[in-house]
Ligand binder design. Structure first.
Ligand code: TRP
Ligand code: ZN
Length: 853
């Protein structure tokens, strides 16, 4: 059992020494790579003569200080403490690593035969002994020695030398002039297809863009390359930020723990977020590729040029960079649709995290395993917190703050407080109360009421944040409330209020009740809103609100009200006739924005609804959703068909218009697949004639969700046709994992036994089991606990291979306290069984909190 040590934000201490320069030399070998690290260090804390070097799972060959083997050292499993050190010295460390045995995918590992590194957050310590903390920033030079059979030997910065050694091996050298923390180091070596492009910056500098992907896949990187250029242009135009090296490289690998990594000048990507063509990628895949390419590019300034002082500050770079990639995606397509996507993430995964044993502020205070804090709270709630600053200060004020932030901190490792200070000072505002968003976890709940007065209308607001697992007491936070007030005389008032009190009243003179309010237009704050809307008010808003997000939200609210009534009455509530009328109208006369219309015609998901209950009524939510979807399908059968037939497919291009067309057409298809009298030829024709994966997959998804009799035959056919392509193999796995009946267990076992399935590849495991745990509530929560048992046995297996992967899979089980006693007991039992085993620090931290927190 590993005894985890909790680290605290407030215990921060400066590094005793800074590293000015480091020169690394790798002699690559699959099982015995030799690493020589020569660093120049300089005392940084007066009087200190000790230095902690992190190092894990390394074989130490030698360690010298100024050319002398250093004996004043003590070593444990996590590193070495050096003492008696001079003011300045050269540290020379030789280590040996075994990349082939590295299944954790942290440090140096092999992905399909290519060498690859992943150092964030604390992976560099698996390469050499080093002060592996982000506030130690050094200039890196990297030499790579390998057989000449490996054509591409890559590292950060610019290529400075390449020659053949006497023994026939090749030695290449890279130099990165920008000082950086060790987590941004990268090395890649392998044989790839190379796709080249170029970009001229606004100041006229030429940048070479290079993508490295599996042999034969080069053409599939074209979209990502073009997306990169769009992102580079965007950052110049919106923030005045230019790229700073002569070369920008992106490598796509199959074995990867997350989406992508922003290593300076050498991004490494999960191949699923680079490779795309119409035959293998869906519209959603294209969207994700563009946004992740942009995200990693934007890190060059928000993350790399200005980095984090310590890992508690992770949201400094991640929240800000997610906000920037969201701005970019909104500019590339439909801003409303992007916003709806982000709102769904907050209302599902983030609200769930805040209500779970893992609750933490966007800037956590206590961390055992840093990898556990790359969370939807740090990333996505973090982005909401940046967005609120943007809303409060306005686009220009926000830009002033960004400019000052870079002016002050370029080349530094800083804190979230430094960011806030820049925003504050550039705008002469006081963000003191606002800063609670960084330190306080939990989801604020806002209750609103309207009242008529002699002069107008009053808005009464109450704010309250329930206790979370990590913090019992909460204070009111400052939040921007974007509103629209539609009054009885047809007057519409819009604006932004600053809510800051536990109770507050705002007056709107001249308005006359009844007033229909939009509160939180564009989801202006990541909170839950309670307002006693009448059905007809929500129906009015979903047609007449100015803000698109508010229109969608009103429709979502109508559905969640119906589900709530059903839960209360223990019987499915009837859909009001006027609501059906409005829905019919949207089907018969789609709005100009087809993708938006599709969202209006889609019910909230199980997980959005689940987050609205203290104790989650699993069965009632699921049966109400099933019932309402079936009712919409049958009530509007003829309208769905007419809509479907009107939206004719066009030769595939990824454009906003086409994405909308396919989204609405496939929404109609989803309902049609639930109607008995829909002829099989309709969906079969779409499946066989589609020139793209979006439309093909929509058929299969529709069959799975409708529980259609042809599902398993079609899934098998898909696997036979496409199962040799890993991206499509994963799509098949995800479809199997979403099957809503008992056959899912046997079918998942079969997938896990096919030749392409690989327990060491996180994409394979996630496509099957993360999808099962997170997107198949009916079977995951099956009353006998089978789903829980399945997931925990997978987690146990994954943990011995890849702790990061296992730790992410456990999320849906951690919330067991949210369920009725019987189910809760089964979930807890599954977790307790898991905790009997030898677990990674990653899983122990989470299980410890869930079971004993
Ligand atoms: N910094 C990366 C991003 O946000 C994500 C990241 C953190 C990561 N740790 C990782 C990626 C480990 C892969 C593996 O873009
Ligand atoms: Zn990031």
């Amino acid at each position: 059992m590993s005894a985890n040590i909790a680290k605290r934000r407030l215990d921060y201490q400066r590094a005793t020494y800074q590293v000015q320069q480091i020169e690394l030399e790798f002699e690559l070998h699959p099982t015995a790579t030799r690493v020589l690290a020569v660093s120049q260090l300089q005392r940084h804390v007066v009087g200190a003569d000790t230095l902690w070097l992190d190092g894990q799972q390394l074989t130490l060959v030698s360690l010298q200080v100024n050319g002398v083997e250093w004996s004043q050292k003590t070593q444990n499993d996590d590193g070495i403490l050096l003492s008696g050190l001079p003011e300045q010295f050269e540290l020379k460390v030789r280590t040996v690593l075994d990349p082939a045995a590295n299944s954790a995918l942290e440090g140096l590992y092999l992905s399909n035969g290519a060498y690859c590194t992943q150092c964030e957050a604390e992976g560099f310590r698996r390469i050499t002994f080093y002060p592996d903390r982000p506030d130690v920033m050094a200039v890196f030079t990297t030499h790579i020695i390998a057989n000449d059979s490996i054509p591409f030997l890559l590292s950060n910065g610019n290529l400075i030398a390449k020659h053949q050694l006497a023994d026939g091996r090749v030695r290449v050298s890279w130099h990165d002039p920008f000082p950086k923390p060790s987590y941004l180091f990268a090395l890649v070596a392998g044989d790839f297809d190379e796709l080249c492009g170029d970009f001229v910056t606004q100041s006229g500098r030429q940048v070479a863009l290079k993508f490295y992907v599996d042999k034969g896949q080069g053409a599939k990187a074209t979209f990502a390359l073009e997306a990169l250029k769009r992102a580079m242009r965007f950052d110049e135009e919106v923030y005045g930020l230019e790229y700073d090296l002569d070369i920008y490289m992106v490598v796509a690998v199959d074995f990867f723990n997350m989406g992508a990594m922003e290593n300076k000048g050498l991004n490494v990507f999960n191949s699923k977020f680079v490779l795309a063509d119409a035959a293998t990628a869906t519209d959603t895949d294209y969207f994700n590729i563009e946004s992740i390419i942009a995200h990693e590019y934007f890190h060059n300034w928000t993350g790399n040029r200005v980095t984090c002082r310590d890992w508690f500050q992770l949201s400094l770079k991640e929240g800000l960079t997610v906000f920037r990639d969201q701005q970019f995606s909104a500019a590339m397509g439909s801003a409303t649709l992007c916003r709806i996507d982000a709102v769904k993430t907050i209302r599902t995964a983030q609200f769930a995290e805040d209500a779970s044993p893992m609750a933490h502020p966007i800037r956590p205070d206590v961390v055992e395993e840093m990898n556990n804090f790359y969370t939807v709270t740090v990333y996505d709630k973090g982005a909401e917190v940046i967005r609120m600053q943007h809303t409060l200060l306005g686009a220009e004020g926000f830009r002033r703050g960004m400019d000052l932030y870079f002016q002050r901190h370029d080349g530094q490792a800083v804190t979230c407080d430094d960011f806030l200070a820049a925003m504050q000072d550039a705008n002469q505002v006081d963000l003191g109360q606002f800063s609670l968003w960084y330190s306080q976890s939990g989801t604020p709940e806002l209750t609103a009421k309207l009242e008529q007065t002699s002069t107008g209308v009053q808005l009464h607001l109450q704010q309250q944040t329930p206790a979370t697992a990590d913090q019992p007491n909460k204070q009111p936070v400052l939040l921007p409330l974007r509103y629209e007030l539609h009054d009885a005389n047809g007057r519409i008032e819009t604006g932004i209020l600053q809510c800051s009190g536990a109770q507050q009243v705002f007056c709107f003179d001249g308005l006359k009740m009844p007033v229909v309010p939009v509160l939180l237009a564009d989801f202006s704050a990541p909170v839950k809103l309670n307002y006693a809307y009448q059905t007809d008010e929500l129906l009015y808003l979903c047609q007449h609100a100015h803000d698109g997000v508010a229109r969608w939200d009103a429709m979502q609210q109508l559905w969640s009200d119906l589900v709530r009534q059903s839960v209360q009455q223990q019987q499915i509530a009837t859909i009001p006739a006027q609501m059906l009328d409005v829905l019919r109208q949207f089907i018969q006369q789609p709005l100009a924005d087809l993708a938006f219309t599709a969202e209006l015609l889609t019910l909230p998901g199980y997980d959005t609804l689940a987050e609205q209950y203290a104790e989650i009524p699993v069965e009632m939510i699921l049966s109400a959703l099933e019932h309402y979807q079936q009712q919409l399908a049958e009530t509007f059968a003829a309208d769905w068909l007419a809509l479907y037939q009107r939206l004719l497919p066009v030769p595939y291009v990824y454009t906003e218009q086409q994405v909308g067309l396919r989204a609405l057409r496939n929404t109609a298809l989803r309902y049609l697949l639930r109607c008995n009298n829909t002829p099989a030829s309709l969906w079969q024709q779409q499946y066989t004639e589609a020139d793209n994966m979006t439309d093909k997959l929509a058929v299969l998804q529709g069959l799975v969700r409708a529980g259609h009799a042809e599902t398993s035959r079609m899934l098998q056919q898909f696997l036979q046709q496409h199962g040799d392509n890993v991206q499509l193999f994963d799509k098949h796995s995800a479809l199997v994992a979403s099957i809503g009946d008992n056959s899912v267990f046997g079918l998942m076992d079969m997938v896990a036994q096919t030749a392409l399935f690989d327990w060491k590849n996180p994409n394979r495991v996630r496509a099957l089991y993360a999808v099962f745990g997170q997107q198949n509530p009916a079977m995951f929560h099956q009353a006998d606990g089978e789903g829980y048992q399945r997931l925990t046995s997978v987690i146990a297996k994954a943990d011995s291979i890849n702790p990061q992967l296992a730790s992410r899979l456990v999320t849906p089980l951690l919330s067991f306290r949210r369920f009725a006693p019987k189910r809760q007991a089964l979930m807890r039992q599954a977790l307790e069984q898991l905790s009997q085993q030898q677990l990674s620090p990653d899983l122990s931290e989470k299980l410890g909190k869930a079971l004993h927190g």
